[in-house]
Design a protein around this ligand. Structure first.
Ligand SMILES: [Ca+2]
Ligand SMILES: [Ca+2]
Ligand SMILES: [Ca+2]
Length: 132
């Protein structure tokens, strides 16, 4: 697997500017990132929670707030190369719509049992697969 949900979440955790949290926890710990994303605390990350988190990632990365991620801003992300193929007009910029489409394509890859929810086990497994 090329892109990793857990690392996106970890980036978002840092991105959210929660300095206190980041100081206490390893920001690349997928379990911590999972907990942050599971906002209703039911132990699962559903599509809505996932959506909220990746939108946060986008707006944090968009440092100059023009609604696009340019090549410089993309370097702040865990996997900027994921967006190369998606850059249809080759201007080096990624819109929120493009960003969401790419990241949503990751969801079913991590959701191994296909129940439409991400469990902490699925996220940790995806993260470990990446680090090998
Ligand atoms: Ca949840
Ligand atoms: Ca921008
Ligand atoms: Ca699942």
């Amino acid at each position: 697997m090329r892109t990793i949900y857990a690392l996106i979440l970890a980036a978002a955790l840092v991105a959210a500017g929660s300095a206190a949290l980041a100081a206490d926890a390893n920001p690349t710990d997928p379990r911590q990132a999972f907990k942050e994303t599971d906002t209703n605390g039911d132990g699962l990350v559903d599509h809505q929670e996932y959506h909220v988190r990746i939108v946060e990632v986008f707006y944090f990365a968009d440092a100059n707030k023009d609604g696009f991620l340019d090549p410089n801003e993309l370097t702040a992300l865990a996997f900027p190369e994921d967006f190369k193929d998606d850059d249809k007009d080759a201007n080096g910029r990624v819109s929120l719509r493009e960003f969401l489409r790419v990241r949503f394509a990751d969801f079913p890859k991590v959701d191994k049992d296909g129940d439409g929810m991400l469990s902490v086990d699925e996220v940790v497994e995806a993260s470990e697969g990446k680090s090998k």
